[in-house]
Design a protein around this ligand. Sequence first.
Ligand SMILES: [Zn+2]
Length: 418
Amino acid sequence: MAEQPPATRVYLPPDGGPREAGPGHVLQLVASGTARTRAAIANATGLSRPTVAQRLESLFAAGLVRESAETESSGGRPAKVLTFQASAAVVLCVDIGEARTRVAVADLVAGILAEEVVAVPVAAGPEALLRRVVATARALLDEPEVPHAPLAAVGVGLPAPVDFATGRPVGWSVMAGWDGYDVRAHLGGVFDVPVVVDNDVNLLTLAEHRTRWPDERHLFYVKAGTGIGSGIVSDGRVNRGALGAAGDIGHARLSGYGDPACRCGNAGCLEALAGGWALARDLSGDGSAGEIREARDVLTLVRRGNDDAVRRLRDAGRTLGEAVAYATSLLNPRVIVIGGMLAATGDHLIAGVREVVYQRSLPLATRELTITTTQLDHHGGVIGAAYLAADSVLDPATVDRALARSDGETRTLRWVLA
Ligand SMILES: [Zn+2]
């Protein structure tokens, strides 16, 4: 048997050790507001003034950073102020939903510049749907409100578990015909830029975290719609787990509630008890409430004040609360955000969630806990896709590589991953 090399617990950087901050790192300091002057960059990085100037020159040439003409005094010596130029490039955002897909163009801080909905169901299959997405995206990039900036990346959300490393949907999902489909290769082949693909609930989680709770390190997001899914922000980053299945609580089994059949083929799953489709199933079984086919019909009844529908939505909140209470014990989040269609009608769902989470959790886990509903409407998915794409573009190593290849003379920038 061949001798195995000894295991090591020491992380060895592939390039052999620390090196000085490149332009990508300097860009991060400016974009995050950590450093707004040349002196502050020198301070934060230990780079010499001439090296800071050199790094900034390449960022100026790419249009990513601008320096004010006038000096400003903010306590210390007057200095020229550096600002990140979010419109130096644009990203394409694609939020694929079961019934419709939202396509948008955004700047590098997820500001949506143009948006359109494509009414093709996911069941139409990847080729047909992505063909429409590409045509819509091209039209949006030509809209007058979109600046003539290079397209830098594409962010895509899918209503399925996604292997984040390969960008492919995996395992059981509502997306028949999509299993393993290479969305990245399809869109990358058309637009010739990097494509990042993630699960749609992770994108909602990212959007919620960045727009509303940027300073919170630990957040748990639950999407309660037709199905149920969740996303985890752990120590400031979205935690996708080993293969991208983290947070897939909709198909966790809860005992003690009977074992209704689930759409995944198992029985007793959380979403078979408390998902929008399960509520529609239960209410249509009553026969008294008229024709109830989907989650949307349940919400219409709730808005009309139908007692049975309101009671079932509250019960669904308590059942969901059981799963959220486990997550609270496991993750100790500071903020729990409930989104999705079922959270959009008053406090019925969230009241049930709160009741159970506070009852079941230890005081330390809930001492500083906020449980709230999302404020992002149906744009959450494309905003999350924009952050995902922009993050990949602004990654320091990516910026360093792209700038090394850009043509400083013509001041154009070509974003290409090595
Ligand atoms: Zn299931």
